[in-house]
Design a binder for this molecule. Structure first.
Ligand SMILES: Cc1cc2nc3c(=O)[nH]c(=O)nc-3n(C[C@H](O)[C@H](O)[C@H](O)COP(=O)(O)O)c2cc1C
Length: 340
């Protein structure tokens, strides 16, 4: 029987398949279902700085007046029909979730100010979770900070959080950095125990009939995993931090590809929503069967085999491959001849 165990951010996992942060984690029944299906660890839904801000405002207004609270809630949570969970309730629910399962639970934070990052990292760690995931999120904005300032601040936030907690700390990133690999190397030097590549941001759309903005909740597809696949391959063997591949990991084949590229673990979310949490059972079985068929007794036997460092063919990671495909795109696109 193939051995699927892996070490992720210093934590021993029975397999490389982790449930990424989503609303599924806030439902105890779903948490247990995920554990039964063979998920190796679960990232709990993020606590957002806006929840903390709203709570602070409420405390302030209890001492003064109540007038602006509604307006502020509309600004912070424009589409929310209900009052968002308070940070104290979040921490309580995080603790309950941790107690409901025996696989590692990892807390996730999405803050803005260092005070909130550090305070809630410490509070989340005190619930007994196995690790923390920092969900870095910064929107481009002409009047905002430049690249260097944003990146320095994020590295500094990581350092402060690392100094405040004893549990391992992962950083979940978007792909939108000027030089993502170099930035990850800065995070690595600052002590990140893992990098999660990548988060999938929601993008607003426009409804041309109502002429209004919409915020569609589009789940990913397997096609979306090419970018994380490439970055995983480029990172393998270059950083001390574990590499966790996220976005578009749907099937056992996707998991195998990510390990071949060099992933220590993968996170799945959309496939859980689309195919049900039981999909993890068959994914795990199929990865094991593939390993048996290829004579791999454990993940390390093939991890990173097709990474930039270890692969004999470096072409997929180079500019030359891009140029080659672009120069030959006429031939490649012949399969779409019905369009011409
Ligand atoms: C319903 C839903 C809720 C999510 N909530 C969070 C969250 O709280 N924190 C976070 O870092 N990512 C959150 N995500 C993003 C996922 O963790 C993941 O990064 C993204 O969906 C890409 O992975 P996938 O292709 O497997 O879905 C959420 C995704 C979905 C679909």
């Amino acid at each position: 029987m193939a051995d699927l165990r892996t070490r992720y951010m210093g934590i021993e996992l029975k397999s490389p398949i982790i449930a990424g942060a989503s609303n599924l984690s806030t439902d105890t029944h779903k948490l247990r279902q995920m554990e039964e299906a063979g998920v190796a660890a679960i990232i709990y839904k993020s606590l957002f700085e806006e929840q903390v801000q709203l709570e602070n405002l409420e405390l302030f207004e209890r001492k003064t007046e109540y007038e602006h609270r509604n307006a502020e809630q509309v600004t912070l949570f424009p589409n929310s029909q209900t009052v968002p969970e308070s940070p104290d309730d979040y921490l309580l629910n995080l603790r309950k979730a941790k107690e409901a399962i025996s696989i590692p639970l990892i807390a996730s934070l999405n803050a803005v100010t260092d005070e909130v990052w550090v305070e809630y990292a410490a509070k989340a760690a005190a619930t007994g979770v196995a690790g923390l995931e920092l969900n870095f999120y910064s929107l481009p904005d002409e009047t905002g900070n430049d690249r260097e300032t944003i990146e320095k601040r994020q590295v500094e936030t990581l350092r402060k959080v690392k100094a405040a907690v004893k549990i391992p700390v992962a950083v979940k990133l978007t792909p939108y950095y000027t030089n993502t690999i170099r930035f990850i190397s800065e995070l690595d030097k600052a002590g990140a125990d893992a990098v999660v590549i990548f988060n999938r941001l929601l993008q607003p759309d426009i409804d041309i009939f109502t002429e209004l903005h919409t915020m569609p909740y589009n789940l990913s597809s397997s096609e979306d995993n090419k970018l994380p696949l490439r970055f995983t391959g480029m990172l393998h063997g270059t950083v001390k931090a574990s590499v966790c591949t996220s976005t578009g990991v749907y099937t056992a084949n996707d998991v195998i590809k990510m390990i071949l590229a060099g992933a220590d673990a993968v996170q799945v979310v959309s496939t859980l929503y689309r195919n049900g949490v039981d999909v993890v059972r068959s994914m795990t079985e199929e990865v094991g069967k593939w390993m048996d068929g290829h004579g791999y007794k454990d993940l390390n036997s093939f991890r990173g085999k097709l990474s930039m460092k270890k692969s004999e063919n470096k072409l997929p990671y180079t500019r030359a491959q891009y140029i080659d495909v672009m120069m030959n795109s006429g031939d490649i696109m012949k399969k779409y001849r019905s369009l011409s």
